[in-house]
Design a protein around this ligand. Structure first.
Ligand code: F1P
Length: 345
């Protein structure tokens, strides 16, 4: 009997179609987007919940490093509960990210932001028919990123790619759209080259806990891939900045630990050192990045833009671990694809 497959696997392996959609949608809106004058904003706030909060973290870091604007990422709920700890006087740009476009906390914050005339709003979603989509001064919907599964995979990567494109529109001289074909080709190649490898790691029953390390633009991404593993397989896992790992967490490492490093070009020597130390304490390690590592992109794409390439193999590891441990990755226990709270009335 053929092994059961789940829709999550199809969503992960088909994600480059959604990447193409992200390129096309942002390209079509680029004239309107470029009319925004970033200098007008005192701060740019990125918000979301769960996966889309981690997307916000990754996008805010990239956006600040490419544009020089002050960017901050927050879970929508923190802005809902403690707005005074975040909002400043002066005009703000709010970038609200939500796969469903229907999560209560995010909707609440955007409605409130607009009522209080705090500034402009960009919405990033996969649902053009959602309530959130209607609220944007600019709304970006990557419809091909939609999913049936609870855990976000192709929706995350395609919305992250769209946010990367936004950062390039404001902060780079190269036309990001010209890289569309290279991204799609590289993504497809990585998925087909490393699928069996991801399965092998995912099925390794000797591994009991997993740490993901990533710095700079990769920090939001390590939190996201760690969340994938938590949601799909209920594995004990956490994400850390590379050098933070020495400041306590490394004490957790043992022979049943896997430490996965999302290696940057800029700081690779510092990052590899941390992994070597974890290895000396008995951990298995896995390195992912552009060249000379276990998983190699060989993309030639610009470092700031290629964060999305880390995602497919790590999503596949989460998928195969879930299946190997008898879990249903499409429908993880105790979570729903959208959280709707009775906030008003
Ligand atoms: C976000 C969310 C996440 C959760 C899960 C399902 O919804 O609920 O909090 O981790 O991955 O999606 P959304 O606002 O992005 O639709």
């Amino acid at each position: 009997m053929a092994p059961k497959t789940y829709v999550t696997l199809e969503e992960i392996t088909s994600q480059t179609i959604a990447w193409g959609d992200a390129f096309d949608v942002v390209h079509d809106l680029s004239g309107k987007i470029k009319k925004l004058n970033l200098k007008e904003y005192r701060q740019i706030l990125f918000i979301g919940c769960g996966s889309t909060y981690y997307l916000s973290l990754a996008a805010a870091t990239l956006f600040q490093s490419m544009t020089g604007c002050i960017c901050k990422a927050l879970p929508s709920s923190e802005l809902m509960l403690f707005p005074e700890s975040v909002f400043t006087d002066g005009k703000l740009l709010l970038i609200a990210i939500s796969r469903s476009g229907a999560t209560s906390e995010t909707l609440h914050v955007v409605n409130d932001f607009k009522k209080s005339n705090r500034g402009d709003v960009i919405i990033l979603t996969t649902e053009n028919n959602s309530p959130l989509f209607q609220l944007g001064d600019i709304s970006i919907a990557i419809n091909k990123g939609r999913e049936k599964s609870v855990a976000q995979t192709r929706s995350f990567s395609s919305m992250y790619l769209a946010s990367t494109y936004l950062a390039f529109l404001f902060g780079a001289s190269i036309d990001f759209f010209t890289l569309k074909t290279d991204f799609i080709k590289t993504g497809k190649r990585l998925i087909s080259t490393y699928q069996d490898f991801a399965k092998e790691i995912g099925q390794d029953q000797n591994i009991s806990q997993v740490f993901f390390l990533g710095s700079g633009n990769c920090y939001g991404l390590v939190n996201e891939v760690s969340l994938k593993l938590k949601e799909m397989s209920q594995t004990v896992t956490e994400g850390f900045h590379f050098l933070e790992f020495r400041h306590g967490p490394i004490s957790m490492v043992d022979a049943r630990t896997l430490v996965i490093g999302l290696i940057s070009h800029k700081s690779r020597n510092f990052e590899k050192e941390v992994l070597n130390e974890a290895k000396n304490f008995g951990a298995k390690t896995l390195t992912v990045g552009e060249s000379d590592l276990d998983v190699i992109f060989s993309s030639g794409l610009p470092e700031e833009g290629r964060g999305v390439l880390y995602l497919p193999i790590l999503q596949m590891i989460a998928y195969y671990r879930a299946v190997a441990f008898g879990k249903n990755p499409d429908s993880p226990r105790q979570i729903m694809s959208v959280v709707k709270l009775a906030l008003e009335g």
